[in-house]
Design a protein around this ligand. Sequence first.
Ligand code: SF4
Length: 504
Amino acid sequence: MEMEMLHETGCDQLCSRCLNSCDHDEGPHEECGVFAIHEHENAAEMTYLGLYALQHRGQEASGIVTSDGKDLYHHRDMGLVSEVFADQGVFRYLKGSSAIGHNRYSTTGSNKIANVQPLLAADREGPVAIGHNGNLTNTRELYNELIGNGAIFQSTLDSEIIVHLVAMSRKETFEERLVDALSRVEGAYCLVILTKDKVIAARDPHGFRPLCLGKTESSWAVASESCALDIIGSRHFRDVEPGEIVIIDDAGLRSIKPFPEHNKCLCIFEYIYFSRPDSIIFGECVDKTRRNIGRTLAEEYPVEADLVISVPDSSNTAALGYANASGIPFEIGLIRNHYIGRTFIHPSQVTRDAKVRIKFNPIKGVLEGKRVVVVEDSVVRGTTFKKITGLLRNAGAREVHLRVSSPPIVSPCFYGMDFPTREELLASSMDVEKIRRFLDVDTLGYLTLEGLHKSVPNAGNTYCDACFSGRYPTSIPDNLTKKSLEVGSPNSHLIDALSLRYKS
Ligand code: SF4
């Protein structure tokens, strides 16, 4: 029987929300998740748990590097955390009391084994490993300079640029070389770095991505989101501040802030969609903020209806907020199949419509004859939501009112989220009425940008909202793309060769 991989039919990316029935139309794709721990007798296992909690931030690949004070040990591969570490014997090999880990979704560089993180390199002080969440923006310029100076890249990751800048710095200590390197990069980074005797965490001066610090009695941990601290029983101590570098070694924790202060540009989309609702990021609980967003949406776009449903799971919390504020009961109207694995295969004759049905099934008894408000966190290309409208109408919904808990997405992200190109974004070329007709809904309301800013915590925080406003807080070079280090570069052949070698 002829079979095909679902994700190959839509694009070459895995989608974390739709897993592999991917047309890149459901939502932006997550970036990466990082984790680190210092001074724990089960450092590798704790890192595994942390990465497990951060799985939503990247499903393409995963890796852990540990240190026993003398050497670094690593295990990295393509796949989910549970797949990469399915052989528990690997934890006997991952020795030592310090570790860093990384879950990858490719926001820079292809989905290839050579691009799996943490990256490993030999510094003059010894081996070093680095995990990166975020995207650098002056990538091409630095890459050309480094290649011109004789650097040989082992990946097409922007993260490797940092490694080369550290290696080429003339400063004396590793810490000084790292500061020197980071002073040259622009864009978004949350880094976890492991040397033989140190764990280092760094966050870019704008603070685009979240990074938090946890503490148990004897150890420090660092994670992209606090849900990864909860799972290892670590207390959420505080955030790693924008522009801060935290150095953890046997002497304890030290903090330096070596860069000039910048205005904060926290990613507002983390609150809408990316982060887990049980996490605390940027100083506030995501669940609480997402409910606020739903409440504001209900105030801005009220409608006469019988029930509120969500597109599970990422819209659940905003839908609850909408229901509470509007007084319209919240119901479960769509059931999501959580067990569509990354390797799900289907007969080739199954249509794209069926792929949506494989993932979502409406509950007829709930929807029949009802005026339904559907809350969705974001509409990117709109093709999947159009099919959801069909599912709801076929199940007997009398009216379908779409409420989107974000403003229209009009511009791509260059700070670590994988969006389609501007031309592919539905709202970049259609006004709300055209989108309503395209999605075949009775009414459509997007949260306003003002409503969004009103709903997120504002005490001392300022946010990046470039994907909604088109106003980028930093300069963006022309032609910056996810594959900036591959297109037209001899490096792509090197990466293909490395990928083959890893697989053999
Ligand atoms: S452009 Fe959008 S997704 Fe990217 S950092 Fe800014 S708010 Fe977040």
